[in-house]
Design a protein. Sequence first.
Length: 41
Amino acid sequence: MHNRVVLEIPSLPEHVSLARLLVAQVAAQLRFTVAEVEEIK
């Protein structure tokens, strides 16, 4: 079983914060360290 999150949004500068917020939330639930989250960005 694979866990997957798929986010499809237009590639526009105003959507960058939305994508980063989603990644940070998922990473927090998976107990990533701050350094690991920064690396993903």
